[in-house]
Each structure stands twice: as C-alpha cells, then as structure tokens.
Design a binder for this molecule. Structure first.
Ligand code: GLC
Length: 486
C-alpha cells in the first residue's frame, strides 16, 4: 500500500510539474537560442571585431580589440623572480612568483589575499591605489623583500588602452568598481605614485596584464599551441594571437600580437537587442554602469544569479511558483547568488541543495517548485554557455581563416568561477563550439592561476622583448582600412 501511494504521489508531482513547466517555458523561451541564431550572433561579433581592429573605426567600436603588446607566447627560456598583483576578479591578491627555466616551471612562492571593501571599490582612485600599495607593503614585509626592486606583473582586469606594456589607460570600470579619477588615467603611474607617497619600498619594471592574457600565457608555458585565453568568472572576456598585419593601430606587419577583445562590450551599440530579455534589460538598468558590457551582463558570474532572481520574482507574481507567495529575501537584489545556480544544478545533490537555498531565502516550496527553479537555473546557465560558445567560435574561426587553414588545431586557456565551478557549463560550451566551428579542434586547458603566475610570465616574456608603441591615428592613411568602414 505505501508503495502504491508513493508511486501515485510521484506521478501526481510529475503531472503537476509537466503542466506548470509548460507555462513556465513560455517565460523561458526568449532565453533559448537556436544554433542558427548563435551563428548569426557569431557573424555579428566577427564584424565588430574587424571594426575594433581598424585604425579609424576602433573609436566607435563596442568590441574594443585592444593591442596588448604581448607579441609572443612563452618559449621556455623565461626565468627570474617576480611580484604579481591581481585586481579585478573575485579577490585582490599579491603574489611572489619564481619562473624556473631548467624545469620549465612557474612556482608561486607565496601569496596573500587582501579584501577591497565596497567603500574603496566606489571611493577615489587615490584611496584605491593607497590601499593596493599598503597591501603590497605588508606582503613584502612578511617575505623580507622590501630591500629588493623586483619586476612586477599587474593583472588589472578592466578594459585598458595599452600604450606600451607599462603604460595603460583605463577606458572605463566594469564589474562593480567605480573609483573616481582613474578612468582616462595611466594605471601604472597611479600605482607608482601611491608607492612613492609611502616611500618605504620600490618596484622594478611593470607589465600590465589583462587576466585573459595571463591565462593564455600561464597555459602557454605547458602547451605552446595555446593562443587563446578566456575568462568566464565575475566578468567574461577573451584574448587571442592576431596577425600583426591586421592590427592596424600598431606599427609593423610581421608576426603576431595578442589582442584583448573585451568581448563583454559586445552589444553596447544596441546590436544584441533582439536577444536581450526583459530581465537582461532590468539587470543592465539597475547596474552601476548601464549600457556598458551588455554581452557580459548576459553571461558572467556577477549577473547570472540576478537574472535568475528576477525570473523567479516574475514567476511568483504570476502564481506559477510558491503558490504566489514571495519573500523579502527573494525581493532583494543580489540575494540570489550565482553560486546557488551551480549548487542547484549539481547532478545528485541538486534538488536537495535547491530545497535548502529556497528555505534560506524564506520561501515555502513544494517539490514541483524545486524542479521548476532548477529548470530556470538550467535555462539561464545554458544560454550563458551557448553565448560564450558563439563568441569563442568566432575567434577560432578567425584564427583558422587568418592562417588560410582548412583545419585548425588549437588550445584555449580558460579560467573563472563560472567555468570552473558550474557542474556542466564547460560541457555545454564545448559541445556548442564544436558545432559552430566544425573545422577546428580545440583543447581546453584550465589555467593554473593565470592572473598570478601568468602575469609573472607576461613580465618575463616582455623583459626579453623590445618595447613598442601604439601608433598615432593619422588621416594620411585613411584609405588603408576602407574595408573596415564597410
Ligand atoms: C571584464 C573586464 C575584462 C576582464 C573580464 C574578466 O569584462 O572588462 O578586462 O578580462 O571582465 O575578468
């Protein structure tokens, strides 16, 4: 008797779930992107990338395609001791790194995490850099390194116009930072000024590094065909090795240079309006930088939880969840964290995790609610993985075409909490890239501390290469890139 009872209860739950999920799916439909749609998005991104590379078109380009002055991936001859700073991910970190030539190894000797309080994230630039210089001072003290002037790799993961490897102008803040008096300024100078204000230690040469570049370089030491770096964490972005002849803003035609695409800015000119849902629009409008990094806001860890929360609020309002009864926590922006999505989607423990999370959020759920919440999380994370796949496919296809190859074998260095922690994000992403770039075989390498060790590696490679400069924009050669203006 109990068995029959359980069986009929289960069929009842399934029946209710199926009928409610049909209604919920109507809300989720705008999140489903067909392969054709993703192909179309990839084609749009390709155009934007060409625009970003152009000497005269880059000013207005939403995808900035920033030259990094990294012209080579590691060749295994790099060596030395370095400091590294890492700002722009989950934590701010200071590291002491040794690159060993003989063993082709990068060793993290020690590191320290320093919190950046909210008031500093949104205070003045001087406060931010004084705080950074103070953290570095503490660390050097603890390592007995204050007397040395070590070269420093600065992973500063925001869009910067790099003039030289050690001169880098912040274009605009992203990911929750908004310190005054930094946009438009040289970040290396701000750091050096803060260190000089203290006058108790000094640093050697500085190399500015985006986290994508650090990620590519840290993998490049192990696998020399690694020529793409991708981050899907708090924010999202990628870099890759572009042919110098296509990098019209930097002198020289030979060889390659790593380009920081800043693909998070895709859509900032309105070109993604057709796929933005009402929830994406709210996430953007209520962020501290409306209109900036539209693509990133559909994909990365800083925003995914909020998209899910807004969907759950809507479904509750329309009485499809929790019998129409919401909670204060669910109505609070930011309360549904992105890590909840990963926990809810875990294969075995997912439904149990979901119950605990909903209880914590003060919601009265039944087993149908739990399944529907999981369906919402699934839908939002799959869209994110598929959009990343479309963007990555654009890059691998471009590299293949650049080199006139029928088939490209390449490696992507990857990092970021969403990619690492979500139970099936990487599988979904890889399967879709495979479909969108059928003539490319891609190895994915999860980077081991790209922002720390990778930054040291960039500094090491930079040391063995001559510095070069960004070209001034001039009218005389406007004809050169008529193609880009089309
Ligand atoms: C944001 C930043 C970019 C960084 C990415 C990942 O998109 O603008 O520079 O690489 O986040 O951290």
């Amino acid at each position: 008797y109990p068995c029959t009872w359980t069986a009929s209860l289960q069929s009842y739950i399934i029946f209710v779930y199926l009928s409610l999920s049909l209604q919920v799916k109507k809300y989720l439909k705008p999140f489903l992107l067909s392969q054709e749609k993703l192909q179309e998005i990839s084609a749009r991104l390709k155009k934007n990338m060409i625009q970003g590379l152009g000497k005269h078109t880059h000013h207005k380009a939403p995808v900035k395609m920033l030259p990094t002055f990294v012209r080579a991936t590691p060749d295994g001859t790099e060596k030395g001791d370095f400091l590294a700073l890492d700002l722009g991910g989950t934590n701010f970190r200071v590291l002491y790194v040794r690159v060993m030539e003989e063993e082709q190894k990068v060793l993290k000797m020690d590191s320290q995490i320093c919190a950046i309080p909210q008031d500093i994230m949104r205070g003045t630039g001087e406060q931010l850099f004084d705080h950074i210089a103070a953290c570095l001072a503490d660390f050097l003290d603890s390592q007995n390194l204050k007397g040395q002037t070590l070269p420093l790799g600065f992973t500063f993961s925001f869009p910067c116009e790099q003039i030289e490897i050690d001169k880098s102008i912040l274009i605009h803040w992203t990911k929750g930072f908004s310190c005054s008096e930094v946009e438009g300024k040289d970040v290396v100078k701000l750091l050096r000024d803060a260190i000089h204000r203290r006058a108790d230690y000094d640093i050697g040469s500085v190399a500015m590094v985006n986290d994508t570049v650090g990620t590519m370089m840290s993998c490049g030491y192990k696998d020399q065909s690694c020529e793409i770096g991708m981050i899907i964490g708090t924010g999202t972005n990628a870099c890759y090795m572009e042919e110098m002849k296509n990098v019209k803003r930097v002198e020289g035609e030979d060889g390659r240079m790593c380009i920081n695409t800043e693909w998070g800015g895709f859509g900032d000119d309105g070109s993604l309006e057709d796929i933005q849902t009402q929830f994406d629009v709210v996430v953007d409008k209520t962020s501290i930088n409306p209109g900036i990094h539209i693509f990133e806001k559909m994909i990365s860890g800083m925003y995914l939880g909020e998209i899910v929360r807004l969907l759950l609020v809507k479904l509750t309002e329309d009485k499809l969840l929790f019998k129409g009864k919401t909670s204060e926590a669910l109505l609070t922006p930011g309360r549904f964290e992105t890590r909840f999505i990963s926990e809810i989607e875990e294969q075995d423990r997912g439904l149990k995790n979901c119950q605990n999370i909903l209880t914590e959020l003060g919601l009265k759920w039944d087993s149908v609610d739990v399944r529907l919440v999981r369906l919402v999380c699934d839908t939002v994370s799959i869209r994110s993985a598929h959009l990343c796949a479309a963007a990555l496919a654009t890059i691998v296809n471009r590299i293949r075409e650049n080199r006139g190859l029928d088939y490209l074998k390449t490696t992507v260095g990857v990092d970021g909490t969403v990619y690492r922690k979500h139970p099936n994000f990487s599988d979904k992403l890889q399967a879709m890239v495979h479909r969108l770039a059928p003539n490319c075989s891609i190895t994915f390498l999860v980077s081991e501390d790209g922002s720390g060790k990778g930054a040291a590696m960039v500094t090491a490679v930079a040391q063995r290469q001559a510095l070069s400069h960004l070209l001034e924009d001039s009218d005389s050669d406007r004809k050169e890139d008529e193609e880009e203006d089309k």
